[in-house]
Ligand binder design. Structure first.
Ligand SMILES: [Zn+2]
Length: 67
């Protein structure tokens, strides 16, 4: 199944082993940890992992850097 990183939007391709799974998944791009819940191949829930440094909304706000 395919999920999208809640932080950077990267496509994460999970194997069939995750069709019934509840636990952490780490994004290979931004290294963020997410807690997902999958039932019968359907994503039922996604939350920020316990070690999340910043909320997803905060990542969108980039400081301006003139010059
Ligand atoms: Zn990511």
């Amino acid at each position: 199944m395919i999920i999208h990183c809640m932080y950077c939007g990267h496509t994460i391709d999970l194997s069939e082993a995750y069709d019934d799974y509840q636990g952490p998944v780490r994004c290979a791009v931004c290294k963020s940890l997410m807690m997902i819940r999958v039932e019968s191949g359907q994503l039922r829930g996604m939350d920020a992992g316990p070690g999340a440094k910043a909320a997803p909304a905060a990542l969108k706000a980039r400081p301006t850097n003139p010059g």
